[in-house]
Design a protein around this ligand. Structure first.
Ligand SMILES: [Zn+2]
Length: 55
């Protein structure tokens, strides 16, 4: 009767699917797509800060 558990899926942005949350979080740390997304978000914030500081 553990159907609910086996149906739980963790989807990464790189379309990879994991049934275990521990495996999913572990993959996200090394996933290039997940990292890329974070970096773009950070650079966007940097751009915003830079444009604000510009005279
Ligand atoms: Zn991934």
């Amino acid at each position: 009767m553990n159907l609910a558990f086996s149906e739980r899926l963790f989807k990464c942005t790189c379309t990879r699917e994991f049934t275990q949350e521990s495996a999913f979080t572990k993959h996200q740390r090394s996933c290039t797509k997940g990292k890329k997304r974070l970096i773009t978000a950070l650079s966007k914030a940097k751009d915003l800060l830079g444009s604000v500081k510009r005279p």
